[in-house]
Design a protein around this ligand. Structure first.
Ligand code: NDP
Ligand code: PYC
Length: 343
């Protein structure tokens, strides 16, 4: 099946086939078989859900980062049971997703026994969307929140130079009927990935997204990428949230701040070496035990008030379409992926 899109001819391929292709690329370019399986699934699922800035668009960045020696594709995460509700994970300069997976069963067990538990990860690389980190908890009736800091490319409110990362926050809550309520958002006006995509497609970005190398507001994505910087979303409010992400994802975990590492010795490196915090809550413990039904009440009220689209709805729609018809991929990108898998 082929159709046409802004980025040229698009084909659809079955999710399993895309996943297998991506797993081969990761293994071929320097990860263990296990890490390849975790990341291959993560990237394929992002593509499946139409999360364009963190789907196959990221593969060249993964490959060049592995080649640069900046990240360890074979890292063995170290999980420490620090306290009844506190797990520490040292990702040992490896990827965040396999390190999270290594601690996931213990995190769920602790959240169910203590009512709340957290996973504090450091020395990790997160180069992906965050919703895959929280959605599975909500599918099991739990509420989850996560915070990741990235690389200094966002000027704090009123500031003069980039210091924050794009610092996303994701949240997932179970609903009685239907997919979990999930939001996943960068605390910058735009994700760095979306600025790169706008530059590649020759599109201007909305006013308020960033500044050029002289600190002047600009709508030119190349000026933002080339010595300029992004801005937080919502002025001082987004800036405060971004500060919180630095504190929770880095200071609390023992990870680097977004401004606290340098990849200058590793040309081609793109994935931030920072930290991640996950908080998981079991709503069945208190007077909010009927949480999933209350979530349903809230969604109904939102619909009645005129908000048709909940956060996550677009992804779920794309997911259903991808599962029914195949995952859309630009034909040129697919050819490139095949080269990377075989070359
Ligand atoms: P968006 O602004 O595209 O979306 C943010 C959230 O708002 C999503 O949950 C989205 O739901 C929802 N949403 C969007 N439009 C509407 C609407 N009209 N009504 C209701 N809800 C809406 O995300 P960002 O550009 O901020 O982030 C993109 C991705 O980049 C994220 O996955 C993030 O995790 C990732 N990222 C990763 C980083 C890292 O360090 N690893 C750093 C920064 C970003 P829906 O999903 O359904 O569209
Ligand atoms: O899109 O801002 C981003 C991003 C940073 C690290 C991974 N993605």
């Amino acid at each position: 099946h082929t159709d046409h899109h802004a980025c040229g001819a698009r084909v659809r391929i079955p999710l399993d086939e895309l996943t297998a292709l991506l797993v081969r690329i990761f293994e071929r370019h320097g990860t263990s078989a296990h890490v390849a399986r975790v990341l291959g699934r993560n990237v394929a699922n992002a593509q499946r859900d139409g999360a364009d800035s963190h789907g196959i668009f990221r593969i060249p960045g993964y490959v060049s980062t592995l080649a640069s020696g900046w990240v360890d594709g074979h890292a063995q995460p170290q999980v420490t049971d620090s306290a009844p509700a506190f797990i520490s994970v040292d990702a040992r300069n490896g990827y965040a997703q396999p390190a999270h997976e290594a601690a996931q069963a213990l995190l769920i067990e602790k959240a169910r026994s203590q009512g709340i538990a957290l996973l504090a990860m450091h020395d990790s690389h997160h180069f992906a969307a965050l919703w895959p980190d929280v959605e599975p908890y909500a599918e099991q009736g739990l509420v989850a929140l996560t915070f990741v800091n990235s690389m200094a490319c966002v000027v704090p409110h009123g500031g003069r130079r980039a210091l924050f990362g794009t610092n996303p926050i994701a949240f997932a809550a179970p609903r009685e009927n239907g997919y979990p309520l999930v939001f996943d958002l960068a605390t910058s006006a735009m994700a760095h990935g979306d600025i790169q995509i706008a530059a590649r497609e020759g599109r201007q970005v909305p006013p308020g997204s960033g500044v050029d190398r002289n600190g002047e507001p600009t709508c030119d994505p190349n000026a933002i990428l080339d010595g300029g910087a992004l801005l937080p979303f919502g002025g001082h409010k987004g800036s405060a949230l971004s500060m919180m992400v630095e504190l929770l994802a880095a200071a609390l975990t023992g990870g680097n701040f977004s401004f606290g590492f340098s990849w200058a010795q590793h040309p081609g490196a793109q994935s931030p070496r920072t930290g991640q915090l996950l908080i998981v809550i079991d709503p069945s413990k208190g007077a909010g035990a009927n949480f999933a039904r209350r979530a349903e009440d809230l969604v109904r009220a939102l619909h009645d008030a005129g908000q048709e689209r909940m956060p996550g709805d677009r992804r779920y729609r794309q997911r259903e379409e991808s599962l029914a018809k195949g995952v859309p991929v630009a034909a040129a990108d697919l050819a490139r992926l095949r080269e990377l898998a075989n070359g």
